[in-house]
Design a protein around this ligand. Structure first.
Ligand SMILES: *[C@@H]1O[C@H](CO)[C@@H](O)[C@H](O)[C@H]1NC(C)=O
Ligand SMILES: *[C@@H]1O[C@H](CO)[C@@H](O)[C@H](O)[C@H]1NC(C)=O
Ligand SMILES: *[C@@H]1O[C@H](CO)[C@@H](O)[C@H](O)[C@H]1NC(C)=O
Ligand SMILES: *[C@@H]1O[C@H](CO)[C@@H](O)[C@H](O)[C@H]1NC(C)=O
Ligand SMILES: *[C@@H]1O[C@H](CO)[C@@H](O)[C@H](O)[C@H]1NC(C)=O
Ligand SMILES: *[C@@H]1O[C@H](CO)[C@@H](O)[C@H](O)[C@H]1NC(C)=O
Ligand SMILES: *[C@@H]1O[C@H](CO)[C@@H](O)[C@H](O)[C@H]1NC(C)=O
Ligand SMILES: *[C@@H]1O[C@H](CO)[C@@H](O)[C@H](O)[C@H]1NC(C)=O
Ligand SMILES: *[C@@H]1O[C@H](CO)[C@@H](O)[C@H](O)[C@H]1NC(C)=O
Ligand SMILES: *[C@@H]1O[C@H](CO)[C@@H](O)[C@H](O)[C@H]1NC(C)=O
Length: 444
């Protein structure tokens, strides 16, 4: 009997100890994957992948803007957490340091900061520029001029600023008149054709046992006697991940309320969202990538035939742009679809927003000449990609051309750029919307 009591006491003491061991502020390597708000440096390769026997002829880059502040609606929502910080009770199981960090948390962004590129964002694009410049000297051997270097940006301030700091670091110039996409651009203005709709899988996942458990665990750890709303948890998550993205070695106060399992569930929530709105979850999304991939192929074809053309093509846009190219090229495609019900089975999925779409995410392709033969390597966030069909990383240009030419020149891969009404009607009414979707499924 006494033995059992001793054991029980030991277990209790151990548990109290293990609880306090889980102090977030003492964790030297906290979980870094936050879906589309992941810091670039946690997932990019930043390795010196070069081809010693090849000369780069053209570099084609499509980049999402760098790290930015939350949009103004999120800034409002995060500010509301001030109320919850006062509700933290003595029943909270947070360690003292984490508890006090939340009590002392100050949020100093205001609406006018909404969506602006921040210091980390400047750093993302400047350091990317410097790495590429040192790896591809043959590409960056001319002073900046719009003939040798073709630049195009979305008209959003964060993308323009990203382009500005990229060019500034690479060419040491201040380009104040960054070329912007015009309204009928079909390769970068995805919103022109994109269908945004509420996805059932995403809705079901938000109501699933996985998300329910996150809500219960977070409410408990704060010592609340009732469950928080999903929206409040989402604000805590946003506060955590935006602060972490600005200062990648920081320990943001609100991160302490999440276990790693919680963060993996929330990451999957982002993955589902992008899988259906920009990814393989809807075959229409592959079509959205047709114009941008056609541009890539046309550039490489011209260059491989020694026609005049830029040495560098640099596009600056948004998550949807990078996803559209990744999906059209066929990278990160799982054989099993992501569903609200298969989170556990899909833990090793290829479709991870954290890896595909961190801040400053990019799809890059380099055309090389290797002993007279033209070759191509694709990179996602500087990680060289394997083209599964051929199992190559440094692939013969003729294979790539044979693979993608039929795709991008097929009728199902074209948009009537002067008549987007056929596509946008999908967002207007439900009945038309369904008809619309059905139409698209006939044009994979
Ligand atoms: C890559 O090259 C740069 C410049 O040559 C060098 O500073 C850096 O240490 C190299 N990084 C690796 C991982 O080799
Ligand atoms: C926080 O505390 C205030 C006042 O004590 C209360 O009105 C509010 O409902 C509490 N919020 C939560 C989430 O407990
Ligand atoms: C802490 O928990 C106890 C037992 O559940 C409860 O009686 C007490 O009111 C709680 N204290 C606070 C500050 O919530
Ligand atoms: C919570 O604990 C602190 C320090 O242990 C104490 O000063 C405070 O009065 C307690 N608050 C409540 C509501 O029990
Ligand atoms: C806002 O807070 C951050 C970190 O908490 C700090 O680095 C920054 O200087 C603050 N800015 C202002 C304007 O107070
Ligand atoms: C770019 O602008 C900054 C700030 O106005 C200035 O300090 C810098 O000298 C300029 N650089 C060049 C190359 O013009
Ligand atoms: C993109 O297309 C949409 C819909 O046609 C249009 O409203 C928007 O102005 C375009 N964006 C740009 C930057 O031209
Ligand atoms: C490729 O070259 C042709 C001329 O031969 C030109 O019309 C076309 O715009 C070029 N395409 C690209 C993407 O550079
Ligand atoms: C779209 O309209 C523009 C300007 O009216 C025209 O130059 C272009 O050829 C048209 N494109 C197509 C595919 O009809
Ligand atoms: C645009 O496309 C839709 C659907 O294909 C068609 O019904 C409509 O007549 C077209 N409008 C114009 C101006 O070509």
């Amino acid at each position: 009997m006494r033995f059992i009591v001793v054991i029980a006491t030991l277990i209790i003491i151990n548990c109290i100890k293990c609880e306090s061991d889980k102090c977030f502020h003492q964790d030297d390597h906290p979980f870094p994957f936050f879906g589309s708000k992941t810091a670039y440096s946690y997932v990019s390769a930043k390795q010196n992948y070069t081809q010693p026997n090849c000369k780069p002829l053209q570099l084609w880059l499509l980049s999402r803007h760098g790290t930015r502040h939350p949009e103004s609606t999120l800034i409002d929502e995060i500010s509301n957490l001030n109320e919850y910080k006062d509700n933290l009770t003595n029943n909270s199981s947070l360690c003292k340091e984490d508890f006090e960090a939340i009590k002392a948390w100050i949020f100093n962004l205001t609406e006018k900061d909404g969506s602006k590129l921040n210091n980390q964002g400047v750093n993302d694009l400047s350091s990317l520029g410097l790495r590429l410049q040192s790896l591809y000297e043959d590409i960056f051997d001319q002073p900046y001029n719009p003939i040798t270097y073709s630049v195009l940006s979305s008209n959003k301030e964060r993308s323009r600023d990203s382009a500005f700091y990229f060019l500034k670091s690479v060419f040491n110039v201040n380009v104040t008149d960054i070329p912007l996409i015009n309204s009928d651009d079909i390769k970068l203005n995805i919103s022109k054709f994109q269908i945004i709709y509420d996805n059932e899988e995403l809705k079901n996942f938000r109501n699933s046992i996985y998300m329910q458990n996150v809500i219960v665990r977070v409410s408990n750890i704060l010592g609340l006697d009732r469950n928080l709303e999903f929206g409040t948890i989402k604000s805590m998550y946003n506060s955590c991940r935006f602060e972490r993205s600005v200062d990648i070695n920081s320990h943001p106060a609100w991160c302490a309320v999440f276990s790693q399992e919680d963060l993996e569930v929330l990451e999957y929530n982002d993955d589902l969202k992008y899988y259906y709105s920009n990814g393989y979850g809807n075959s229409y999304n592959e079509r959205l990538g047709c114009p941008i991939v056609r541009d890539l192929m046309n550039n490489f074809r011209n260059k491989s035939q020694a026609k005049p053309g830029p040495k560098g093509v640099f596009y600056f846009g948004h998550s949807a742009n990078v996803f559209s190219a990744i999906v059209r090229l066929g990278f990160a495609r799982d054989t099993t679809p992501l569903l609200s019900s298969n989170f556990n089975d899909m833990r090793d999925r290829k479709w991870k927003t954290s890896y595909l779409d961190p801040f400053a995410s990019n799809l890059m392709a380099v055309l090389y000449e290797c002993h007279g033969e033209k070759k191509v390597t694709f990179f996602v966030n500087e990680v060289p990609m394997t083209v599964e069909k051929y199992g190559c990383t440094l692939c013969p240009w003729t294979s790539i051309e044979n693979m993608f030419d039929p795709i991008v020149s097929s009728p199902s891969c074209t948009f009537d750029e002067n008549n987007s009404s056929a596509f946008r009607v999908c967002t207007t009414t439900n009945i038309l919307f369904l008809t619309c979707l059905l139409t698209f499924f006939y044009y994979p």
